[in-house]
Write a protein that binds this ligand. Structure first.
Ligand code: 13P
Length: 344
């Protein structure tokens, strides 16, 4: 393991004013996104869509890295340049999703464990050869009542996340460790706080036990907020305070960055809440950044609608969201900026 290289890559992914684009939707997920805009999910449509995102002029000003899916890392831009190379030319670091999805956890009555450890070392080697310098593995935990997620689901997922992270570092690839506590449900912010805290405690215990180098990884967590269907919703500031309190108590200071997932929040909420955290002015040990999928892409997908003639409009929409989230990294975002004219 080349620690220096891992540390440099991890730091570059959370460089000032920049964050990560998660464009690693599996075939099933991208089909859902395309269904919503009336586009057929063919290999060429998926390629054309990713092409427009990755070739957006100036994207590298705000985007440090892009997470790709297995199919995408093997595809090329219109002119034949492989996507990882296109990203490098933009000053963007290519990454790869390496988990193989959440599957039913045995004897757990509906909870899941993320699979994909078998043959992972060989896949990491191949992906490194294709240009990937970082990877992502997502564990999923749902909140349901007072007993779900179970400790069994939390610890099994934490163990798998650490197995993946250790293998990645052994292959000189920076692991992004993503234990996602879903935001769906009627639970309170207090319940989200206790589940997220418990989960992060378990994840960092497993990472420590499995010798993962904290300086050479990034954490990709959920923000701590009430379930989407909860009776009581709270302000961005309360979400920011609660999330930071949770991390101060669970995330080692050695971890260079926390890169949030958006998890179905509206584009503007995802930006405003990240901004609220960075605006607190608290002296935090980690960079607080973004690794958004939906919150960076929804507007672009809508503008594109599967039509080559909408390519420029879609690129402008993507560039605008990247720029807004970049502002949120320094706490300088204001909703008025949404109305500014955008130029790609
Ligand atoms: P969302 O931002 O849409 O939650 O996606 C981020 C991600 O990579 C989930 O694994």
């Amino acid at each position: 393991m080349d620690k220096h290289k891992l540390h440099e890559t991890a730091k570059a992914l959370v460089a000032e004013g920049k964050g990560i684009l998660a464009a690693d939707e599996s075939s099933g997920t991208i089909k859902k996104r395309f269904d919503a805009i009336g586009v057929e999910s063919t290999e060429e449509n998926r390629r054309a869509y990713r092409d427009l995102l990755f070739t957006t002029e100036g994207a590298g000003d705000y985007i440090s890295g892009v997470i790709l899916f297995d199919e995408t890392i093997r595809q090329s831009a219109e002119d034949g340049t492989p996507f990882p190379k296109v990203l490098e030319q933009q000053g963007i670091i290519p990454g790869i999703k390496v988990d193989q999805g959440a599957k039913p956890l045995a004897l757990a009555g509906g909870e899941t464990v993320t699979e994909g450890l078998d043959g992972l070392r060989e896949r990491l080697e191949e992906y490194r050869g294709l240009g990937a310098r970082f990877a992502k593995w997502r564990a999923v935990l749902s909140i349901d009542g007072d007993h779900i997620p179970s400790d069994y689901a939390i610890w099994t997922n934490a163990h798998a996340l650490a197995r993946y992270a250790a293998l990645s570092q052994d292959e000189d690839i920076v692991p992004i460790v993503e234990p996602e506590v879903l935001m769906d449900g009627t639970h309170t912010i207090d319940r989200a706080y206790s589940v997220t805290s418990r989960t992060l405690q378990a994840v960092f215990t497993e990472l420590y036990d499995q010798r993962v180098d904290f300086e050479g990884m990034l954490l990709k967590p959920n923000m701590v907020l009430p379930g989407y269907d909860a009776a009581e919703q709270v302000s961005h500031e309360e979400i920011a305070q609660t999330t930071i309190t949770c991390f101060k108590r669970t995330v080692p200071a050695a971890v260079p960055g926390v890169v949030f997932l958006s998890g179905g929040q509206s584009d503007e909420d995802a930006t405003a809440r990240l901004n609220a955290m960075n605006a607190l002015g608290a002296d935090l040990p980690w960079q607080l950044s973004f690794s958004y999928g939906r919150a960076l892409q929804a507007a672009a997908q809508k503008a594109w609608g599967g039509s080559a003639e909408n390519r420029d409009a879609a690129q402008r929409a993507f560039y605008h969201r990247a720029k807004m989230n970049s502002a949120a990294r320094t706490g300088s975002y204001a909703p008025e900026m949404e109305r500014e004219a955008v130029t790609a």
